[in-house]
Design a binder for this molecule. Structure first.
Ligand SMILES: NC(=O)C1=CN([C@@H]2O[C@H](COP(=O)(O)OP(=O)(O)OC[C@H]3O[C@@H](n4cnc5c(N)ncnc54)[C@H](OP(=O)(O)O)[C@@H]3O)[C@@H](O)[C@H]2O)C=CC1
Ligand SMILES: O=C1O[C@H](COP(=O)(O)O)[C@@H](O)[C@H](O)[C@H]1O
Length: 515
């Protein structure tokens, strides 16, 4: 690759020398699929543009589709043109494309692993790669076990205690589809790899603003003293998507919003917002604190599920000036599907810090806009001195961490309205990443791929945390399964969810935030 301009990139400025990306081949299982095209290849291309990839690297796409190297490069270019945060630079692209290769193979065929090994061994010497490999499983979740055993049996895994060449495995979410299957996947992973070779990815942990939750909490002295049930009234987490299910119905029909978003991204977000202070930024210390938090989530008993959880599915609606189809009319969705595309819920964290503080979560597809935020609402002042005689009672302070878009954070405070009377008016102190640091924050997958190449697992999930979050989700799945395939509440595509979700939060005297 061309000369490095790493000094200008926030991904590199804080990296110590031993945490720089190491020479390796990146083998993308499912290389011809959607994740590879939308996220992984554009992320690698942007890392190349920034001079952050080692000169010794190669990418091999491995999947069932019959593609030549050239066809794979066209596929990659199309992905970059459509989904990259930066446009194609012809000279960079020509250089980058020379590192891309494709190997056709069936995940279930032992002979195809042998062919993959031979291909990697043929390619690597051209780039001075000494056999270190990073396998990225961008595959249907049901193939995880097949692929890890295929890798081991095919002699593609380096010994765990060997520094170089190394083998690292990235596994996409969802890990399993319930507690039992997640344990099965973890057992299979551990049968073939040591824990330090495993990187269970949750791309929300790679988002700049999600990492900023820790920076904000523990890099400032003013928040942490207030970060507890004495001062916090409640927390709302919203992850809304404007798009419907798109081309991913095949997967989504087997998952639903609870498995797709809550079990992983949202519980990980919550663990950062609510965990105890770590004593160091070391990977295992942070991961221990996140695990502790997941283990304190109050278990929901099966009969409580209807009281605390609302699921719903989008129906047809009118959105962005167009008629939008309901979920059941989307391509690949069963016409009587009961898969939820929306979940709202209330949970509690049973520890000293959070005792009695309700946490409200909502996530859904086909909502009015793409917006994710964590809003922490503080308690009302203990004695009202202002606005006592008006229709505008004092509004509580809210700290809103905006994850996307328009990343940043805003603090709502009350200030005196100019004029002869003392009236308090809510205003916002607003920090925006874009206006302060420019609009070019790296994508989560850029950060995370770089971390794996450098052997840093801080932002990845450990087996115990994956299982702890399934443990909490399981009673909800069980209650839904026991209630049978039944009618789900609906919400019009392009709306904020069903009336039942409003009732859930109104029952406690609150309202969902208007976003
Ligand atoms: N797409 C996304 O935006 C995101 C995806 N993920 C996760 O990433 C993973 C991959 O998802 P996605 O890329 O959408 O899935 P896709 O189905 O688009 O890609 C899977 C790839 O694997 C290939 N494949 C399927 N079966 C075999 C087989 N037996 N042997 C060899 N190749 C096979 C597919 O080929 P063919 O198409 O011909 O079947 C396809 O190329 C999933 O775990 C998903 O949850 C996570 C976050 C976001
Ligand atoms: O993992 C997933 O995440 C995306 C949302 O990711 P974002 O970075 O665009 O917020 C979601 O659309 C998809 O269903 C899910 O599998």
């Amino acid at each position: 690759m061309t000369e490095t301009n790493a000094d200008a990139n926030p991904l590199m400025t804080e990296r110590s020398e031993e945490s720089f990306p190491q020479a390796c081949t990146i083998v993308i299982f499912g290389g011809a699929g959607d994740l590879s095209k939308r996220k992984l290849i554009p992320a690698l291309y942007n890392l190349a543009l920034d001079g952050l990839l080692p000169t010794q690297f190669a990418v091999i796409g491995f999947a069932i589709d019959a593609l030549s190297d050239e066809a794979f490069r066209d596929f990659a270019r199309d992905g970059i043109e459509r989904f990259s945060r930066r446009q194609i630079d012809e000279e960079e692209w020509r250089e980058f494309a020379q590192h891309l290769f494709y190997q056709q193979g069936d995940f279930s065929e032992a002979a195809d692993y042998a062919a993959l090994k031979a291909r990697a061994e043929e390619i690597e010497p051209h780039f001075g790669i000494g056999g270190s490999r990073l396998y990225y499983l961008a595959i249907p979740p049901s193939f995880i076990e097949t692929c890890v055993f295929g890798l081991r049996e095919g002699g593609l895994v380096a010994p765990a205690d060997q520094d170089l060449p190394f083998t690292r495995l990235i596994v996409e979410k969802p890990i399993g589809r319930d507690l039992e299957s997640a344990r099965g996947v973890n057992r299979a992973l551990q049968a073939c790899f040591a824990e330090h070779q495993l990187y269970r990815i949750d791309h929300y942990l790679g988002k700049e603003t999600v990492q900023n939750i820790l920076a904000m909490r523990f890099g400032n002295a003013i928040f942490e003293p207030l970060w507890n049930s004495k001062h916090i009234d409640h927390v709302q987490i919203t992850v809304a998507e404007a798009e419907g299910v798109g081309t991913r119905a095949g997967y989504f029909e087997t998952a639903g919003a609870l498995r797709d978003m809550v079990q992983n991204h949202i519980l990980q977000l919550l663990s950062l917002v609510a965990m105890e202070p770590p004593w160091s930024m070391r990977a295992d210390v942070i991961r221990d604190r996140r695990l502790d938090l997941l283990q304190c989530l109050r278990p929901m008993r099966r009969h409580e599920v209807d009281q605390h959880v609302v699921r719903a599915q989008y129906a047809s609606g009118f959105f962005l000036g167009k008629n939008a189809p309901g979920y059941r009319r989307e391509e690949g969705v069963a016409s009587d599907s009961t898969t939820e595309t929306f979940v709202a819920l209330r949970l509690f964290i049973d520890n000293w810090r959070w005792a009695g503080v309700p946490i409200y979560i909502r996530t859904g597809k086909a909502m009015p806009k793409r917006v994710s935020e964590v809003a922490v609402q503080f308690k009302a002042v203990p004695h009202m001195l202002f606005n006592t005689d008006t229709d505008h009672p004092l509004e509580p302070n809210v700290l809103a961490l905006r994850i996307q878009p328009d990343e940043g954070l805003a603090l709502r405070i009350g200030t005196k309205l100019p004029g002869p009377k003392v009236k308090i008016y809510p205003v916002k102190m607003d920090f925006r990443y874009g206006s302060t640091f420019g609009d070019q924050s790296p994508e989560a997958y850029e950060r995370l791929l770089l971390d794996v190449m450098a052997g840093d697992a801080t932002l990845f999930m450990r087996d115990d945390a994956v299982e702890a979050s399934w443990q909490w989700i399981q009673p909800i799945l069980d209650a839904w399964a026991a209630s049978g395939e039944r009618w789900l509440p609906e919400y019009p595509a392009g709306s904020w969810g069903p009336i039942e979700a409003d009732r859930l939060i109104h029952a406690d005297g609150y309202d969902w935030r208007r976003l």
